[in-house]
Structure formats: C-alpha cells, structure tokens
Design a protein around this ligand. Structure first.
Ligand code: GDP
Length: 296
C-alpha cells in the first residue's frame, strides 16, 4: 500500500542497520541493548524515544524471559507504535473546526491545505480557505489554484496586508456561509525568524479570540530535513502551543523516524502524513501501520 511504499527508504536504511546489529549475535547482553538504542537513534527517532523503547523492551524481555534478540525484535513495532503521542482525532474527524497551518516555506503547507480541502469537500463538508501568508504573492496564488481545484471559497487580501485582518475576514465569511471547516494558511518566512514567530503569535491569538468554532494550530514539517525539523517543531511549539503535526515528504527520505521523534518529545499527535505529491497522497496517520511499515 501507499504508506508502506512511502516509507520504503526509511525501512531499507533501518533494516540495514538492524542487520549489522544482529550480525553481532542474538544474545540479550548489554551490548545488544546499547546497540539497539544506537540503531534507533541512527534511524532519526531521537534519544528520548529510543531510550523509552529500549527500556520498555528490556523490561518485557526480563519479565517474559525472552530467549534472544529475534524475540525482542518481534515486539519492536508495537513498542514503537506506543511511543507516539495519542489524540488529535477531533481536528480532522468531521467536527466543525478552524485549523491554522504553520511551518516554514517549502514544508508542504499549501499542498496539504489543498489536499485537505478536497478531501473534506468530497465528504460533503462546507470548507472555507484563508490565505494569511500576505508576505509572498505566490503563496496567495498557489492557494487560489488549490481552491479552484477543490471548488471551495477562499479569503485573500493583497500582498502586504495585515494577516490578522485576513483571519478576521475569513472567520466572518465562515460564519455567514455556515462553513464547518476553515483552513488558514500562514506565512513560512518573514525577514527574521523572530518576526515570523511574533506575527504567527498575533494571528493565533486573534483567531482563538474571535472564532466561535474550536481552533487548532497544526505544524507542517518536511521529513527530509530530519533533525532540523525537530528544531523547528520545538520553536513553533514554544511560541504557539501546537495541537498536532503533519509530516510531509516521507516518500523522499530515509529520515522518516523524525515523525516519532517530534511526536514523542513534544507530546504532539501526528495527524496526517504526506507520502507523495498526488492529491490522494496525504494519508491518515495510524501509529501501528506506520511502525509496521518502518520496521518491515
Ligand atoms: P509551503 O511553502 O509550505 O506551502 O509548501 P508547498 O505546499 O508549496 O510544497 C512544497 C513542495 O513540496 C511542492 O512541490 C509540493 O508538491 C511538495 N510536497 C508536498 N508534500 C509532499 C509529499 O508528501 N511528498 C512529496 N514528494 N512532495 C511533497
């Protein structure tokens, strides 16, 4: 299936590293546990998640008197799955909502908003888009193109306008037309990163104050950026108190473990994953499915 295909590069690299570990022998000694932790860290899942997984497996190995490394590795994907933060079902689950999309340029925000708009419209929902990236004219045009494709209404203002005003307009329009899903794209780059965070904080605060529907802030990150994605996630979460994460471009990288690193370290649910550029390459996230596709 698409998720297994999308994670092929991550799985290949992980399997290679796992084979190196198993070549040392199947004994459950300290070397094995250290080696397993190292292998997980090399797979981009981050120190804290790697530690958590190894401690959990070690505990089970003792309690159940597991015979060897193979018996432990049979349990790896389940253990990995349970290291993802849970929740977030309400955000794209069909309930009325306003969702703000944040993330740096190129992460895949606009594409993701477009795909979600199409999906929700097809499901019979009334969708409204807002383009609060008033810094780049191309961003507005790109979202307009997606709005046409998904046949949904969009609120924009000319380049250089106040993004908070676009949000006001969007929420007002949503109320008057009875939209039950409002998707707002935001800027991914300003003159400096501090400017960006200040602007986004203002946008988030305005929307939270003004909206009669529940408001969620969702970060979109590009998996190919690996540990940089982790740094971005920390910065955005500190400034905006995120509700969830969408990880894109898993198909183009062996660094797919970053989804687990971000979810575990920031205690944020992964809401969707992008496994290609096509309209239906934005997939629902399921931790068990992801872990199985990752471990192989
Ligand atoms: P934005 O600047 O954050 O709005 O990013 P865009 O939505 O413009 O996306 C940047 C590029 O990434 C575009 O060429 C998209 O087609 C591409 N892209 C987005 N998601 C995925 C994905 O899941 N897989 C792949 N391979 N490409 C993606």
């Amino acid at each position: 299936d698409r998720i297994s295909q999308g994670l092929a590069r991550s799985r290949e690299r992980f399997t290679e590293q796992m084979n190196v570990l198993l070549d040392r022998g199947p004994d459950l000694d300290d070397d094995f546990w250290d080696g397993l932790e190292e292998t997980l860290i090399l797979a981009d899942i981050g120190g804290p998640a790697a530690f958590d997984i190894v401690e959990g497996l070690r505990d089970t190995a003792t309690r159940k008197a597991l015979p060897d490394a193979y018996a432990v590795l049979d349990l790896l994907n389940e253990r990995m799955a349970s290291s993802f933060a849970e929740g977030g079902e309400e955000i794209f689950g069909g309930e009325p909502a306003v969702v703000l999309f944040v993330g740096i340029n190129g992460a895949g925000k606009t594409t993701t908003v477009g795909k979600l708009a199409k999906e929700a419209t097809d499901a019979g929902r009334t969708v409204l888009l807002g383009s609060a990236d008033t810094f780049r004219a191309a961003a507005i045009e790109q979202l307009e193109e997606w709005a046409r494709r998904a046949n949904v209404e969009i609120c924009t203002r000319e380049r250089g306008s106040d993004p908070a005003s676009v949000c006001y307009d969007t929420l007002e329009r949503a109320e008057s037309k009875g939209a039950d899903l409002v998707l707002i794209d935001t800027a991914g780059r300003l003159h400096t990163s501090a400017d960006l965070m200040r602007e986004l904080e203002k946008v988030v605060n305005v929307v939270r104050k003004r909206s009669s529907l529940p408001v969620y802030t969702v970060l979109v990150i590009d998996a190919t950026t690996g540990q940089n994605g982790m740094q971005q996630a920390k910065e955005f979460d500190r400034a905006l108190k995120l509700d969830g994460v969408i990880v894109t471009k898993l198909d183009g990288t062996a660094k797919g473990g970053i989804a687990l690193a971000v979810s575990h370290e920031l205690d944020l649910p992964i809401l969707k994953i992008g496994v290609g550029e096509g309209l239906d390459d934005l997939k629902d996230f399921d931790a068990h499915e992801f872990a199985r596709a990752f471990v192989g």
